[in-house]
Design a protein around this ligand. Structure first.
Ligand code: PLP
Length: 384
């Protein structure tokens, strides 16, 4: 039996979502933009999903656009938004980093603390210096590698002082796990993805508030032009079944008390980790962390991240070396996590760290087994 602890990379599809996927794939095939009954039937599923998300996130349904993934959502907003300056962090997901670079706009890279969180003085001084410019801050809510949580409330309050400030947040790891109420957060845009919350791959969404939509005519700057679907923001026939399944995944997490279950597993993992100390060291913050995400290193083992991932895999445990960018290159040279390096971790620690990410579908026995196995692996490969 595999123990799947790589839920920040992707998740297993929830059983209620599986059922919906198979019934809708069979029964709903119309083009949602056709005016006949089959088209209207398909369209109803999309609009029900949009209404569900608007209630769940506390925003207007017309502020939500369905996309193919969060990478697309981030690419769209960051490349299209006509900012004079983009302020972001080197710990963002690569789809944000690459979009910001490809936008051709001026970039300010934030100075960070040991958990990858911004240093307020640095941000505020750059905002003061650019108060007359259109500035976009792009900062993820919860980090996918280390789990640290950015203070979106603080960012949204900065908008009271800087009227030309816009905020975009990659909320992929936050959806269903952190408080995401857009009526209390004064931010302009967020991106989310279905496959991180037990939904299918290939479906995402972007929220763009009315102000950003209107003032900037973002519609004219769509990445995909064509038939004008999704109110012109994103042409292409919608993934009807995937969109309905995305909504069902989020609904199911709520109905299943998903967050409470995940928090209980998180607390148990921390408890066992404390008991085993100093074998496994937590790189992530203890508090203010996305529940279920732990970045760790083995202090008493010589194994590098990928070697440890493979040793655990041999024993049936799936974890990750942290990021898709931490991988063995063709010449077998190990690249350490850019996120950990940006947080100031040494090359030695960055090169031997792993990410364990839980979901509500894991259980306490799996956590016990993980600790037993990793202890065995560490003693088999001690420091030289
Ligand atoms: N942003 C974060 C924080 C992620 O963890 C991921 C997934 O790896 C993405 C963006 C990209 O999401 P998608 O696979 O839907 O493009």
């Amino acid at each position: 039996m595999t123990i799947y602890f790589d839920n920040a990379a992707t998740t297993q599809i929830d059983s209620s979502v599986q059922e919906l996927l198979s019934s809708l794939s069979r029964d709903v095939f119309g083009n949602p933009n056709s005016i006949h009954s089959e088209g209207r039937k398909a369209r109803k599923y999309i609009e029900e999903a949009r209404t569900f998300f608007s209630e769940y996130l506390s925003c207007e349904a017309s502020e939500l656009v369905f996309t193919s993934c969060a990478s697309e959502s981030n690419n769209y907003f960051l490349k299209s938004f006509p900012a004079d300056l983009i302020i972001t962090s080197p710990t963002e997901h690569s789809c944000v980093l690459e979009s910001v670079k490809a936008s051709g706009k001026k970039i300010h890279w934030l100075k960070l603390d040991q958990y990858g969180l911004l240093i307020k003085e640095d941000l505020e001084s750059i905002l003061e210096a650019n108060a007359d410019k259109k500035v976009l801050i792009s900062l993820m809510y919860g980090n996918n590698e280390i789990g640290s949580i950015n203070d979106l409330q603080y960012l949204s309050e900065l908008k009271l002082k800087f009227s030309n400030l816009f905020i975009h947040s990659d909320c992929v790891q936050a959806l269903t796990k952190l408080d995401l109420n857009l009526s209390t957060l004064n931010i302009d845009s967020i991106s989310c993805s279905a496959h991180k919350v037990h939904g299918p791959k290939g479906v995402g969404l972007i929220y763009i508030n009315k102000k950003a939509q209107g003032i900037l005519s973002l519609k004219n700057l769509a990445l995909i032009h064509g038939g004008g679907q999704e109110s012109g923001f994103r042409s292409g026939t919608q993934n009807v079944v995937g969109i309905a399944a995305f909504a069902q995944a989020v609904k199911s997490s709520k109905e299943d008390s998903g967050l409470e279950k995940l928090k209980a597993l998180d607390a148990y993992f921390l408890k066992i980790l404390d008991e085993k100390n100093p074998l496994l060291i937590l790189n992530s913050p203890r508090e203010k962390r996305v529940p279920g995400i732990f970045n760790l290193h083995l202090a008493n083992s010589r194994l590098k991240s990928e070697e440890l991932v493979l040793q655990l895999d041999l024993k049936g445990i799936c974890v990750s070396s942290g990021s898709a960018c931490s991988s063995l290159k063709g010449d077998s040279q190990i690249i350490s996590s850019y996120v950990l390096r940006a947080c100031g971790f040494s090359a030695e620690i960055s090169e031997k760290s792993i990410r364990v990410s839980l979901s509500r579908h894991n259980n306490l026995d799996e956590i016990d087994t993980f600790f037993k196995i990793i202890e065995g692996v560490a003693s088999k490969f001690p420091l030289e």
